[in-house]
Design a protein. Structure first.
Length: 446
């Protein structure tokens, strides 16, 4: 069973605020009402001590570990707290052997694994047989998408509960409770306004741990008068919250969520949203060259010939970002993002390649037609390489009546231009070319 702190333990004043204020009952738990409100299934399972193997998935500081400890306090099972950061296969096997002995004696074992995504496949596999035969009830906590980070066999035996980032209202409630609690600052005379608490709640960005650590810091840096009262000043508060720590993992799901948000905002011609998502990525530490590379892709995938200047402009933004780096290159990237959000859109280049790719992958690889092969040797000329080739520049219309696709693909239309921006006249030009070809069919031998 996890150790509980008493009100008279001297660690009440020396432990970090986030540790000593941690609730040990669901009544003291803030947030996640979609899971733990009155009558909710998960709350009932915990209160009735009927928990099954489960995964708590959510961002940092939303209560995953706290919930595991609340379960530890309510269960009649043997509870083992396990960290994926410090444990390996040897430790897993030792714990599993003890759990198996408990099972034979009729004792359930609940195993809590913090940061379970840090375990590799072999380590996760070590849990599987014990979960299957009921030696352990596994509770894992992860900040990463379980679909990507947890083995499918193990994941299929666990119920995933998604914990959401705490709202500013949740965090304000938490901070207000801390100011009243004897485990917090209830036994001290601290002068702090609700507006100041609200600023801390907003700064914490949904993370209770950040909110509590920030509150502790501003109180420690408050002005102490002769009576022993501590006043939190706006100046001290400003120093403690001058830089928001944005949730971001360059290799995790949030990385892909944000680049997707940027891409789709530009595609939807929404410059405001696009600039916001750009700022979220850059201010969280994303490599500006990664962003620029994604913009280069966008210029061809979603704009293409509708605005031929989009591609050279974003390539220039990439070069500028390479030359001057952060933070100066933020404006170069913003210019590119706004330009592409406002540019006319066409995905005809993307669709053309995807259609051609499907044929290239799935149809027989036909040889290049003879009329468009080079004949650099006498043998190739004897084999009729280049026979029937017409140099388009020598014709009046600069078009040759000659097929360039393999026989089975004649008539395929991969590129189908839209009507936006500069692609409209391209569409008209292509219609003229197609009309000319209908009027000047290639001879049968070509």
């Amino acid at each position: 069973m996890l150790e509980q702190l008493s009100l008279f333990d001297n660690r009440e004043t020396t432990s970090p605020l986030a540790s000593r204020i941690r609730p040990d009952t669901l009544e003291g738990f803030v947030g996640q009402k979609h899971l733990f409100g009155r009558g909710k299934v998960l709350r009932n399972l915990i209160e009735k001590d009927q928990v099954t193997s489960m995964i708590f998935w959510g961002p940092p500081g939303v209560g995953k570990t706290t919930l595991a400890r609340i379960i530890a306090g309510k269960t009649q099972s043997s509870f083992i707290d396990f960290s994926a950061v410090t444990s390996g296969i040897k430790e897993i096997k030792t714990v599993m052997e003890q759990a198996e002995k408990n099972r034979i004696m009729g004792i359930r074992t609940i195993l809590f694994v913090d940061e379970i995504h840090r375990f590799n496949k072999a380590q996760q596999d070590a849990f599987l047989p014990y979960v299957e035969k009921g030696s352990i009830i596994l509770i894992g906590a992860t900040t990463e998408n379980p679909s990507f980070e947890i083995n499918s066999a193990l994941l299929s035996r666990c119920k995933v509960f998604v914990l959401k980032a705490l709202t500013s209202e949740d965090l304000l409630e938490l901070l207000t409770n801390v100011m009243k609690s004897p485990k917090g600052f209830g036994n001290q005379h601290v002068v702090i306004s609700e507006d100041q608490l609200s600023l801390i709640a907003n700064f914490a960005n949904g993370d209770a741990r950040t909110a509590l650590n920030t509150l502790e810091m501003v109180v420690l840096n408050g002005e102490l008068d002769r009576s022993g009262a501590i006043t939190v000043t706006d100046q001290a508060l400003e120093q403690c919250i001058n830089k928001k720590s944005l949730l971001y993992d360059k290799k995790g799901e949030e990385h892909y969520n944000l680049i997707s948000a940027l891409h789709k905002s530009m595609r939807n011609s929404d410059p405001d949203a696009a600039v916001y998502w750009l700022a979220r990525m850059l201010e969280a530490g994303e490599d500006p060259l990664y962003v620029a590379r994604r913009l280069i892709r966008f210029a061809s995938e979603d704009i293409g010939i509708a605005d031929p200047q989009a591609l050279p402009l974003v390539v220039a933004a990439y070069q500028a970002s390479h030359f001057i780096g952060m933070p100066e290159c933020t404006l170069n990237l913003t210019q590119a993002v706004v330009y592409m959000a406002m540019a006319p859109k066409s995905n005809s280049i993307y669709r053309a390649y995807e259609a051609a790719k499907e044929d290239a992958q799935n149809m027989m690889a036909e040889p290049v037609p003879l009329q468009i092969r080079n004949a650099p040797t006498g043998l190739m000329a004897e084999l009729h390489y280049g026979d029937g080739y017409v140099y388009a520049h020598d014709t009046e219309d600069k078009i040759a009546a000659m097929d360039c696709l393999p026989e089975s693909l004649k008539g395929r239309n991969y590129y189908q231009p839209g009507t936006a921006g500069a692609e409209a006249p391209v569409r008209e030009r292509l219609e003229e070319i197609k009309k000319w070809r209908r009027e000047h069919p290639a001879s049968p031998e070509h």
